[in-house]
Design a protein. Structure first.
Length: 255
């Protein structure tokens, strides 16, 4: 089997992600200071009671400030959690790069999102090899299709009914050996097979976008190497999983 490995990289969009999520509860300010709310306990002395009320009134602005800070912290943590997973959802993220690897080269398709998508589908239409990747059936392909629809980019007929056609193959599903719902990371699969895995430097999926889009050439180069390592890891896993098919292809060539 001859194949092309591909992998997409995405960037979460903060405002779009927050718009999709349940809004954080509205801020409820503390009411104005009320002397009647002060608990005086067993105090009987009028001066001591007045002093206690005065002390709490003087401390009240700080209490109001802390109340506001607590709300802001909770809202920030809530929104940060939402935005942290935005890159996985085509409704609130965009494609910023697609890595492609064949037997001869490694290429990164970049530029404006619509241009990236158009270039990928054109590549798909002109190549005869099987397009493979890790977990592409539940992430890469649906993401590419939905973003193409959003950008007005024509998607070729890649479906056979509600399933992908045979020109796409998900390596994770092959690794699952028919086990329903099986999930495993690419890096763990590579480790299991004893082949080189993912990038070990200072770049990961959650930092890729910032580094790839950075004006700093060092950061950009690091992000590109991260993507290329993913391509190589997928290629290495594919060669192991398709060893029998490749052997058969070679034998047929010399028959």
């Amino acid at each position: 089997m001859k194949f092309i490995v591909f992998d997409i990289e995405t960037q979460g969009l903060r405002e779009e992600a927050l718009a999709l999520a349940e809004p954080f509860k509205d801020y409820e300010p503390l009411p104005p200071f009320d002397p009647k709310s002060v608990k005086i306990g067993n105090l009987k002395d009028a001066d001591k009671i007045a002093a206690k009320i005065r002390a709490e009134e003087e401390a009240y602005p700080q209490k109001v400030k802390e109340h506001k800070e607590t709300y802001n912290k909770a809202k920030f943590e809530y929104e940060t959690k939402i935005v942290s997973t935005a890159a996985l959802n085509a409704l609130c993220a965009r494609v910023i790069a697609i890595g492609v690897k064949d037997e001869k080269s490694e290429t990164i398709i970049s530029g404006e999102e619509a241009s990236i998508l158009k270039s990928f589908w054109e590549l798909y239409g002109t190549r005869t090899e099987t397009f493979i990747g890790w977990n592409i059936n539940t992430f890469d392909i649906p993401f590419l299709v939905r973003r193409s629809w959003a950008c007005g980019v024509i998607v070729p007929n890649i479906f056979n009914g509600r399933f992908l056609n045979s020109k796409f193959l998900d390596l994770m599903e092959k690794f699952a050996c028919g086990e329903y719902g099986y999930k495993l990371s690419l890096d763990k699969a590579a480790q299991f097979l004893g082949v080189p895995g993912k990038y070990k430097g200072d770049c990961a999926g959650d930092t890729f976008a910032d580094k790839y889009l950075s004006a700093d050439p060092v950061f950009k180069a690091e992000a590109e190497e991260y993507l290329k390592c993913d391509l190589r890891a997928t290629w290495n896993v594919a060669e192991r999983l398709f060893a029998a098919e490749k052997k058969e292809d070679l034998e047929n060539e010399f028959c």
